[in-house]
Design a protein around this ligand. Structure first.
Ligand SMILES: [Zn+2]
Length: 374
């Protein structure tokens, strides 16, 4: 088993400014702060734990590159790409599109490197250079829509990698599993009417974007049934996440039989995250990772690519990332030092209302056709 790994130091230089969540504004009471909630130190710390723990010695480093304009515009409008490029040249940078997603000067090239790194890891896996891989990129991408950035995201890294796999790498059918705690609205919108891409989003009910990611949003036209939303109630722990993995994620992939599995890997369902209200520990992320690995083994020759999305606890995200990549690589180098605390706070047993939501989603899986049944 060989696992690819990608990080570039410039991802740690993505400047999210001195606002907290909103830009600093005394009139509105927004004080400046040293760490915006999406400050890149969280991901830099994850990379450093991967190095210091020795996990890096079990991984194959993959080198990213900046995605080209042609590759980015497979997903995004030229107007969006041009606007990001122009604001990126301004002395103080700009905003991805919603006023809470600031970026500094030069961010275009960092965002293009994020998208190109998702592409590079996908190429390495599809071409068999590694069995699976983790691209630790920054900024995140899964909220970005064709015409705008959103929710700290500039370009939709995973969607760009998916389009590249279909356009260049000979992949026809692929699945995108998004376990960031916020809805994977970008892929849902981009592939809504496309039955060649199964999108599955496991997220907290109506967390972000507002009122997005309901069970009833199931794709449109020829793509109806190929978008699966699992909007988990507030307060889900490892038990609820395991049930969702076993009851929806695995079976959805079994029904679809993709040739490649991409994962939008956010660690913000974790129990210490400031931007959500879930209780997941490294046990939950290990379960999710095993679920997609097993499905990729059954249907995709093991081809599995994880790309970093959100995660806002500088304390716990590094351990969540470590456990996830340990699982991918089939090694264990370091115990989760935070688990004795967060694992003992309760909330990890599957509750009846959590089971009911997951069971309701599962009733729709019969609409997913595999190649043989299509
Ligand atoms: Zn998120």
């Amino acid at each position: 088993m060989s696992t690819g790994y990608l990080w570039h130091e410039v991802f740690g230089w993505h400047d999210t400014g001195t606002g907290t969540l909103f830009p600093a504004d005394p009139a509105a009471g927004h004080q400046p702060i040293s760490h915006h909630v999406a400050h890149p130190d969280t991901k830099r710390r994850m990379h450093e734990l991967i190095c210091v723990s020795g996990l890096i010695d079990h991984l194959t480093r993959i080198t990213g590159r900046e995605a080209t304009r042609e590759e980015i515009t497979r997903v995004h409008t030229p107007a969006h790409v041009d606007r990001i490029a122009a604001e990126s040249e301004q002395p103080k940078g700009g905003d991805a599109g919603d006023g809470i997603s600031p970026f500094g000067k030069g961010a275009y090239r960092i965002a293009a490197l994020g998208a190109g790194s998702a592409i590079a890891m996908t190429e390495a896996v599809v071409r068999g250079e590694v069995d699976n891989g983790y691209a630790l990129v920054n900024p995140a991408g899964h909220h970005a829509l064709p015409e705008t950035g959103l929710g700290f995201c500039i370009f939709n890294n995973v969607a760009i990698a998916a389009k590249h796999a279909q356009a260049v790498l000979g992949i026809e059918r692929l699945a995108i599993v998004d376990w960031d705690v916020h809805h994977g609205n970008g892929a849902q919108a981009i592939f809504a009417d496309d039955p060649s891409v199964l999108t599955v989003s496991l997220h907290q009910d109506r967390c972000f974007p507002p009122n997005s990611g309901l069970v009833e949003e199931r794709g449109t036209g020829a793509g109806e049934g190929y978008n699966v939303n699992i909007p988990m109630p507030v307060g889900c722990g490892d038990g609820a996440y395991q049930y969702a993995a076993e009851t929806v994620i695995g079976p959805a992939l079994d029904a679809f039989r993709p040739e490649l599995v991409l994962v939008a890997s956010g660690f913000d369902p974790n129990a210490m995250d400031p931007l959500a209200r879930q209780l997941v520990t490294t046990r939950g992320f290990t379960t999710l990772t095993r679920t997609v690995m097993d499905a990729a083994e059954r249907h995709s020759q093991g081809r599995l690519v994880l790309v970093q999305e959100g995660g806002y606890s500088p304390v716990y995200v590094p351990f969540c990332g470590l456990a996830t990549i340990e699982t991918l690589a089939g090694v264990h180098v370091l115990d989760d030092a935070i688990l004795p605390v967060v694992g003992g706070m309760g909330g990890h047993d599957l509750e009846p209302h959590q089971r009911a939501l997951v069971d309701r989603v599962a009733t729709h899986l019969g609409d997913i056709a595999s190649p043989s049944s299509a």
